[in-house]
Design a protein around this ligand. Structure first.
Ligand SMILES: CC1=C(CCC(=O)O)c2cc3nc(cc4[nH]c(cc5[nH]c(cc1n2)c(C)c5CCC(=O)O)c(CCC(=O)O)c4C)C(CCC(=O)O)=C3C
Ligand SMILES: [Fe+2]
Length: 376
């Protein structure tokens, strides 16, 4: 008997992420990969390309995923979890299909996937499941044995995600001039998505009124605001969930208000300062570095409004530990045990298996790692 925590039946973990360009020549091909068949206006693409060129054509997301990989491997090793960790992306090298092919070549047949998106939505959940189905179809066409791939549950309300975010919010408050700290508002931000996609996010029974996407973000915002209240003793600090990084055609409704409009509105109401808290994101990637640190920060400067931006969890060891807990929890569930399923807030732990109709696509396509998966 070994007293090492068991990750059986899983034999590998796959970090599944978005990917990003690593130099100026990568930017246009990367954007073509992202937007293939998705009808994003050319104007928006040129603009987003410029965001990347401002940073030398390099997205921070790949280095951040490399750091997360190291943190996961360190944590697993320290805790005796002998699960190898691989990394594959939707839109840039290392591409998911290549990684999955390597995993099969290395003998892995039960794979657990961790996505760098903590919440339910088509873009953050089902689209990754579609990418997994595409990769499995490619391996099948090559005549390779197919691994079974499961996906870890959404972790937005896990303490290993929420606690570092709350601490980062307090740290950002501490970077504001002392005299505006007590009165500073909190602006929790996440990626805007079409309201139609928000309304149908998560399982069907929660559809409508922003669906699981908005409900989950509101729960995290409340938890962080409450932690800040406890720590600072400021009882009625205003906070709001706002959105950023809108794209798509202007006549299609997306979640609002935009962070920049929100800064203007609270300035007009007399807010002395704002802390921007990007709860929607797992690392300080381009949406954070450009849309918040560059664009929203410039807006705030124009308004004469002091702002600070909270760090995302990134490769925080507490987040790596949370991933380990979630992996061991899911492994135990797959073995037929009933492990403790840790979650803060009012929503409870999210489902392990996306039910049929969860975060539907506009045009149905095969998606793996869910109840409607065509794969085992
Ligand atoms: C919910 C959500 C997340 C959070 C969850 C998650 O992390 O998955 C996210 C993350 C990210 N989005 C990213 C980049 C882009 N997203 C785009 C486009 C879009 N995102 C959408 C949603 C989301 N996106 C949507 C509804 C679109 C429009 C249509 C479509 O394509 O579905 C476009 C095209 C141009 C534009 O429209 O801006 C780009 C370049 C990067 C990489 C950043 C880097 O390089 O550091 C990351 C992590
Ligand atoms: Fe995006």
């Amino acid at each position: 008997m070994s007293d090492q925590p068991s990750h059986a039946p899983y034999d590998a973990l796959l970090l599944l992420s978005f990917g990003g360009p690593e130099g100026p020549d990568d930017v246009v091909p990367f954007l073509e990969n992202v937007t293939r068949g998705r009808g994003i206006p050319r104007e928006r693409l040129k603009e987003v390309g410029q965001h990347y060129f401002l940073f030398g054509g390099v997205s921070p997301i790949n280095d951040q995923n490399r750091a997360l990989l190291s943190a996961l491997r360190e944590d697993f090793a320290a805790c005796g979890v002998g699960l190898p960790v691989y990394w594959g992306n939707r839109n840039w090298a290392p591409y998911l299909t290549d990684t999955l092919r390597q995993m099969v070549a290395d003998g892995h047949r039960r794979v657990l996937a961790l996505t760098t998106s903590a919440y339910a939505s088509y873009s953050g959940c089902r689209q990754y499941r579609e990418n997994l189905a595409d990769a499995l179809a490619a391996l099948e066409a090559e005549g390779l044995p197919l691994p079974r791939v499961d996906k870890l549950r959404h972790y937005f309300n896990h303490p290993g995600f929420v606690t570092p975010m709350a601490e980062a919010t307090l740290a950002a408050l501490g970077r504001l001039p002392e005299e505006v700290r007590a009165g500073a508002h909190l602006a929790f931000t996440t990626h805007s998505i079409p309201t139609a996609a928000a309304d149908t996010s998560g399982p069907a029974e929660g559809h409508g009124d922003g669906g699981a996407y908005v409900a989950e973000h509101l729960d995290v915002a409340r938890l962080v605001a409450e932690a800040v209240r406890k720590e600072t003793g400021v009882e009625d600090r205003p906070w709001r969930l706002v959105y950023q990084s809108r794209s798509g055609a202007p006549h299609i409704p997306w979640l609002e208000p935009d962070i920049c409009d929100h800064l203007e509105a609270v300035r007009a109401e007399g807010a002395p300062a704002v802390v921007m808290v990007p709860i929607g994101f797992v690392s300080d990637h381009m949406e954070v570095k450009y849309d918040l640190d560059t664009e929203a920060a410039a807006k705030a400067a124009e308004l004469g409004l002091p702002v600070a931006r909270a760090a995302t969890v990134g490769a925080d060891p507490r987040f790596a530990a949370a991933v380990r807990e979630l992996v061991l929890e899911r492994a135990a569930t797959e073995r037929g045990e009933r492990p403790e399923r840790c979650a803060l807030g009012s929503l409870g732990p999210s489902h392990d298996l996306c039910p049929v109709g969860c975060c539907p696509a506009r045009a149905p396509r095969p998606a793996a790692a869910g109840a409607d998966s065509p794969y085992a």
